[in-house]
Design a protein around this ligand. Structure first.
Ligand code: ARE
Ligand code: CA
Length: 502
């Protein structure tokens, strides 16, 4: 059914647009029945990692480091195949996949919860499979392209009739984007009460197992009204993270999805990569505290989920991924040092073939993987080797920084050569040097004078009784002096002063 912009949505969009242009942080009024989840700390996306391994990670690394949440890959039954993306072709709502059983999923949620880490599950609710021939899913459920016995039948799909292929051919058409098929994936009629009820049943089931919320996969491909009609039936406080890739000139924009939850702000990672590659920090796409210019391209900070890369962009548009080693660390340091949005660190596995799935057993189950002993990027990865970004000393150190500075503002930046740094008002200072040559930055700060331990080189426990584990930097007379060798970063914060000299 073709859809037009409703008055309510359009008014919400205008309010947002005006607020953004005026540079104030006003937001579209939340709808009556949905309370967006509480703002949380930094998260980590553990791409295609089995539930048993995620539970171990929560206890060994994520809880202690202060990660607040994990984004998992989709837990639903999916088509059979070696490619990672089989996860995104649901066959049923059974929680039984190559990543683990329902019992393992529930156990993971409980163990992570006990470690202080929430689980956000990836929910694929826009479509079912893209298979033109009948098949059997990972958990044994028989299906056809438009028939999923006991769940959805031929009457539950859109069949847009707008393009010969039935696929989305023109992202400039709202109707095509939302009612046609994304790469041949059978498009659910999310305007139907029957479909909505089944979807709510699935999400309620995940919530009954203790998840804190869901990533709404392909949210752009469902009318915001449809997504809202579904999530408004979930308990208040459920975290909703909509995936709406910002595309220039496209009719469907992320702002439409901020009234009932957060959205992934794809512009942020794009902005971050530019100056790290060029060393040109005056580029207006990276904003300073008093530079409102780029906010016209970003959703309000408390609705934004930001990331350096994710499982799609590391295989696509992202210029800085694990393949760039030190530069990837710098990008993550900048993101975790920034004051905009809720950051999510990405952790996957090395690949040369974009389709290659995680290392798996003969029965197709993803193998458990441990990150024990990994403290930074390695020079040459083997295909399938996990990157373990959550374990890197610099990342864990920046998690501590993120917690220590809280929500204080980021102050205008300072440049020297290719290097750039800024203060988080009175609580911390962070700097990166993507160039080859060493640089010294003198960054104004209201932090108390003294010696501080660098958490990028020293990690979260940079301060010891005897001194600093990593570099030491001095704050004196309202200035932090940070000497940075090429391709390094540094960060000091108020809770990591160097011990007094004995
Ligand atoms: C696979 C095969 C296809 C085949 C299909 C059906 O690759 O050739 O036709 O199966 O058999 C993932 C993979 C796909 C995979 C799919 C299903 O990436 O390759 O297809 O799973 O198994 C758009 C969407 C956005 C989406 C990206 C990938 O807007 O929502 O495309 N991202 C999510 C997930 C993906 C996942 C899906 C959705 C599907 O994160 O991992 O796909 O569940 C511009 C636009 C964007 C657009 C982008 C790419 O930037 O602005 O909106 O993103 O182009 O087209
Ligand atoms: Ca759709």
């Amino acid at each position: 059914m073709p859809r037009t912009l409703t008055v309510a949505t359009f008014t919400g969009f205008l309010v947002t647009a005006v607020a953004v242009l005026a540079g104030c942080s006003a937001q579209p009024a939340p709808t009556e029945h949905v309370e967006p989840g509480e703002a949380t700390g930094a998260g980590v996306q553990l791409f295609q990692l089995p539930w048993t391994s995620i539970a171990d990670e929560c206890e060994q690394t994520l809880g202690p480091a202060g990660f607040a949440w994990v984004l998992t890959s989709p837990p639903n039954e999916h088509i059979v195949g070696e490619q990672w993306w089989t996860s995104y072709q649901p066959v049923s709502h059974r929680i039984e996949s190559r990543l683990g059983t329902r019992e393992e999923f529930a156990d993971m949620v409980a163990r992570c919860d006990a470690a202080g880490v929430e689980i956000v599950a990836d929910a694929v609710i826009n479509h079912m499979t893209g298979q033109n021939t009948a098949g059997t899913g990972f958990a044994g459920t028989a299906f056809e392209h438009y028939d999923y016995p006991g769940l959805y039948g031929p009457g539950d799909f859109h069949y847009c009739g707008l393009a010969a292929s039935g696929d989305i051919e023109d992202y400039g058409s709202r109707e095509q984007v939302q009612d046609c098929e994304l790469v041949n994936l059978a498009d659910l009629d999310t305007s139907s009460e029957a479909v909505r009820a089944k979807t709510v049943g699935y999400l309620d089931d995940l919530l009954s197992l203790g998840v804190a919320g869901v990533r709404v996969d392909a949210a752009k491909h469902m009318a915001a009204d449809d997504v809202e009609a579904i999530v408004s039936q979930l308990p208040g406080g459920t975290r909703i993270l909509s995936e709406v890739i910002r595309g220039a000139g496209e009719p469907v924009q992320p702002e439409e999805y901020t009234g009932f939850g957060d959205v992934f702000e794809f512009t942020y990672g794009r902005d971050l990569a530019q100056p790290l590659q060029s060393g040109v920090w005056s580029d207006p796409t990276l904003r300073d505290a008093d530079d409102e210019y780029v906010r016209a391209q970003h959703v309000p900070s408390d609705r934004a989920i930001v990331f350096v890369d994710n499982h799609d962009t590391e295989r696509g548009e992202a210029k800085i991924t694990y393949k760039r080693g030190d530069l990837y660390v710098l990008a993550n340091v900048l993101m975790l040092g920034d004051d905009y949005g809720t950051p999510v660190v990405y952790s996957g596995y090395a690949f040369t073939d974009r389709d290659a799935g995680p290392r798996a057993d003969e029965d197709g189950r993803a193998q458990d993987a441990s990150c024990a002993g990994v403290d930074g990027p390695v020079d040459a990865y083997e295909d399938g080797e996990r990157t373990c970004v959550q374990s890197w000393t610099a990342i864990r150190g920046m998690l501590a920084f993120h917690d220590a500075v809280g929500d204080v503002h980021r102050m205008p930046g300072v440049e020297s050569g290719d290097a750039y740094g800024f203060e988080r008002a009175g609580r911390g200072v962070v700097a990166v040097n993507p160039g080859e040559a060493a640089e010294t930055l003198e960054i104004p700060t209201t932090m108390p004078a003294g010696d501080y331990c660098d958490v990028v080189s020293g990690g979260p426990d940079a301060t010891t009784e005897d001194g600093c584990r990593g570099a030491v930097f001095i704050v004196d007379d309202g200035v932090a002096t940070l000497k940075l060798p090429g391709r390094t970063a540094a960060a000091i914060h108020i809770d990591a002063a160097a011990p007094p000299a004995s």
